[in-house]
Ligand binder design. Structure first.
Ligand code: GN1
Ligand code: MG
Length: 370
């Protein structure tokens, strides 16, 4: 049996095989291969003669209740089934049971492993290179929101309290800074702190909108970055949104802001050329979203769109910076300083969005008016 991939740096650890055996009999497993580029959970593709499935170790420092996550997956799966034959083209991974009929496998070291279905004949994109791909991403996100528009948000557990509530992240950063000293911190950290300071007043914008009742509580995906959109290999259409652990009650604006943040930055989150917010991709993505979201996306929703686009990269930058100053305990890093670099790139994206505010608002209006 193969436990790993052609890349020797990416081997599946023996624990992954042990966990895989909780879900499938040994002689059926051909390989366990690391999958994806997630920063939180560990993900593997288990290959069997009959097909593939996905095995994940949930990060206990982020997700405290695997039970809540699995409950949510089951609620989503049955909601989807109730819509049979389902909305055109959108599939979601479904939870699988252990051989003993449990929802997850608890290893001897107390780590929690779960299995979900693999979306066949699909691939993810590292970068968006064509507007048609962006349109597909927007359409998939709109389909996802539409799919759960008739499911009451209270039906899902809050798997990650405070997730995407930006003022909480700013507070956490302020606490960390107040604790001082900021060991080894360079001029870049101070620059980043100044950048954030100049934008403090905008941080609560979506939470205020929620409190005022402008923005309705809905079921959100929570992490609709490009990596989490799967495209059909043959047709190129977006067929699935994966990584459903953060699906929970929230705001659709978190999803939209996060999706633009990820897709409209074509030079990437981690490293590469200077970051700019690509308006052509933005327009195609929002066009795809509006194509399917008109029924539930209101005028007031539109009024908050620019704020969401600007806030989500600022929020992620704050989260990366806080983690950098706190020993990289949350986001996986390959080398020290990587979370600072990631934060700086999010702030470059914010600056690019701000520089293009007028054009962005004009596109939003034009597309909304159709
Ligand atoms: C994390 O683990 P991953 O890569 O799916 C994070 C997202 C960030 C993203 C940035 C639960 O997602 O919020 O946008 O990194 N997920 C969580 O790449 O914090
Ligand atoms: Mg995720």
């Amino acid at each position: 049996m193969l436990i790993g991939s052609a890349d020797p740096h990416r081997l599946a650890p023996p624990e992954a095989l042990e966990a895989a055996l909780a879900f499938a009999v040994e002689d059926g497993i051909k390989a366990v291969i690391p999958l994806g580029r997630g920063l939180i959970n560990d993900t593997y593709r288990v290959e069997q003669r009959a097909g593939f499935w996905v095995l994940q170790r949930l990060n206990p420092h982020v997700f405290e209740s695997p039970e809540a996550i699995m409950d949510n997956l089951h609620v989503m799966a049955s909601h989807l089934e109730s819509k049979s034959p389902g909305p055109e083209g959108l599939q979601l991974p479904k939870p699988l049971w252990t051989l003993e009929g449990r929802r997850f496998f608890r290893a001897r070291d107390d780590q929690c492993w779960r299995a979900i279905t693999y979306i066949d004949q699909s691939r993810s994109l590292e970068r968006i290179t064509r507007p048609s791909e962006a349109f597909e991403v927007g359409r998939a996100l709109g389909l996802f929101h539409g799919l759960f528009d008739d499911l009451s948000p209270e039906r899902l557990h809050d798997t990650l309290p405070g997730f995407h509530e930006a003022p909480g992240y700013l507070l956490a950063l302020d606490h960390r800074v107040a604790q001082g000293p900021l060991e080894g911190s360079s001029g870049s950290v101070l620059e980043a702190l100044h950048f954030i300071d100049a934008r403090r007043d905008r941080v609560p914008v979506l939470e205020r909108g929620k409190m005022k009742g402008d923005l309705p509580l809905a079921i959100m995906h929570g992490d609709p970055k490009l990596d989490n959109v799967l495209f059909d290999r043959a047709s190129g259409r977006a067929i699935s949104l994966i990584d459903l652990d953060t699906v929970k009650p929230g705001l659709r604006h978190y999803d939209l802001g996060d999706c633009f943040r990820s897709c409209c930055n074509t030079s990437g989150e981690a490293e590469g050329a200077a970051v700019v917010f690509d308006l052509t991709i933005f327009e195609a993505l929002l066009g795809g979203y509006f194509e399917v979201a008109r029924g539930f996306f209101s005028r007031v929703d539109v009024d908050y769109l620019y704020d969401a686009i600007r806030l989500l990269p600022l929020e992620l930058g704050i989260r990366f910076l806080t983690d950098h100053l706190s020993g990289d305990a949350y986001f996986r890093v390959d080398h020290p300083g990587q979370n600072l670099l990631r934060a700086e790139r999010q702030f470059q994206l914010v600056a690019s969005i701000e520089a293009q505010e007028v054009a962005l608002r004009a596109i939003i209006e034009r597309l909304y008016r159709g």
